[in-house]
Design a protein around this ligand. Structure first.
Ligand SMILES: NC(=O)c1ccc[n+]([C@@H]2O[C@H](COP(=O)([O-])OP(=O)(O)OC[C@H]3O[C@@H](n4cnc5c(N)ncnc54)[C@H](O)[C@@H]3O)[C@@H](O)[C@H]2O)c1
Length: 391
């Protein structure tokens, strides 16, 4: 099967870059040994949709060493690292569908191509594979599926999917939400923002939209860097939490937008920043997104409405509306992954460890998993936590 990637000549660079990540993922090394001994994935075909970046590449060894026959991986939108994609594509046991500038249409086409492989497992992030599978009658059924993130879970619910195999939502693990979402993403979003802008955070008015696990971590990390943080959430409970955490809040988003130097979205929903907000923006406002899909910001609509648009740097696009300038960072893709190198390595060692253990659980006889959407089994959370504590 032929991979669809940007540039195979980047394979060597991709391989070299992964070395540091491999070094920093001891849990993955441990699980890799365990799965190799158990032959946990013997002869299995695995369909994956996840960020094609170095930590994911390290993770794939768990399945290959565990005996997997073949892996087909689709990159998430806007986060593919071309060198990682090239390195993976050199492995005859891996097919990669991931280009840096893939569109939603490409992404959906790739998901349908994965179905042709009839995988035994889906390891999904954004539920693209799961939703594609349930779009029509299929003549095979996987043993099970994992969904990694909040947006993916919301989209499965929105589609009204009635599972015919167990689906484990990794994001429903307290471990993932407390460590990755609440702690890791905040750090990596600030890092991605800094890489894009090289600006001073102290004194900047940063508006966080969405104060769930991810948004609260982001607001807290910006504040730790000296920013004046404001929060908006449609849920008054979370807004009250933000107030009690010491952020400036308002139940009316329109009162907060005109004050913001920086706006960050992390809601898991779409069309949060829209053309109707243009009139409210401060001149020079920077927009970025941390949610799974870039559609939290209606960037195409903003672009169409603008008097002019110009790329000022690889990750900074300027829209002019009359005298007003608006800067879109990282094309609204999750900024920690599109501009930065994603979440801190130990955080993803843990998160991808949960994914790998849940994948192995699907394949175990008498695994006790009901045919429904469910959280990570508690014993896996405990086992991963204990392993991480002992490292
Ligand atoms: N970039 C990353 O590395 C990364 C990592 C993990 C999760 N995510 C993504 O981040 C997003 C948020 O995840 P989470 O775990 O914080 O979810 P969450 O459910 O804990 O929080 C989402 C919050 O957004 C609020 N919200 C929903 N619609 C809103 C609207 N229209 N306006 C304002 N607020 C609104 C909700 O009330 C909730 O408080 C998801 O898209 C998730 O997939 C990204």
């Amino acid at each position: 099967m032929n991979s669809i990637i940007d540039d195979i000549t980047l394979a060597k660079a991709g391989e070299e870059r992964i070395r540091w990540f491999r070094e920093q993922m001891p849990l993955m090394a441990d699980l890799r040994r365990q799965f190799a001994e158990e032959r946990a994935f013997e002869g299995k075909k695995i369909g994956i949709c996840l960020h094609v970046e170095p930590k994911t590449a390290v993770w794939l060894d768990c399945f290959l060493d565990g005996g997997a026959e073949h892996i087909t991986i689709v990159g998430n939108l806007g986060t593919t690292k071309k060198d990682t994609a090239a390195f993976l594509a050199t492995n005859p046991k891996i097919t990669v569908y991931a280009k840096e500038n893939d569109t939603l249409e490409d992404h959906e086409r790739y998901a349908e191509m994965v179905m042709e492989e009839k995988p035994d497992l889906f390891l999904d992030n954004g539920s693209n594979l799961i939703r594609t599978y349930f779009k029509k009658e299929r003549d095979w059924k996987p043993f099970g599926a994992n969904e990694e993130t909040r947006t993916g879970r919301l989209l499965i619910d929105d589609a009204g999917i009635k599972p015919t195999f167990p689906i484990i939502v990794i994001d429903d693990s307290p471990l993932k939400r407390l460590l990755e979402n609440a702690i890791g993403v905040g750090q990596s979003v600030v890092d991605g923002f800094m890489r894009a802008t090289s600006t001073l955070l102290g004194g900047k008015k940063v508006l966080e939209i969405g104060y769930g696990y991810v948004g609260s971590g982001i607001a807290n990390k910006f504040r730790a860097m000296g920013s004046n943080t404001m929060v908006y959430d449609i849920d008054p409970v979370y807004l009250l939490k933000a107030k009690a955490d010491g952020h400036t809040v308002d139940m009316d988003l329109e009162k907060l937008i005109p004050q913001a130097d920086v706006i960050v979205t992390a809601t898991g929903r779409f069309h949060i920043i829209r053309n109707e907000h243009i009139r409210l923006f401060k001149d020079g406002v920077m927009l970025c997104n941390a949610g799974h899909f870039g559609f939290e910001i209606d960037s195409d609509d903003l672009r169409k409405e603008a008097d002019s648009t110009e790329m000022l740097d690889k990750n900074v696009e300027m829209f002019r509306f009359g005298e007003k300038r608006v800067f879109l960072l990282g094309n609204a893709s999750p900024i920690n992954l599109s501009v930065g190198t994603g979440n801190p390595i130990p955080i993803m060692d843990l998160g991808l460890g949960l994914q790998a253990c849940c994948a192995a659980r699907h394949l175990k006889k008498d695994n006790g998993l009901p045919i429904e959407i469910q959280p990570v089994p508690r014993d896996i959370d405990v086992m991963i936590s204990e392993k991480m504590l002992a490292l």
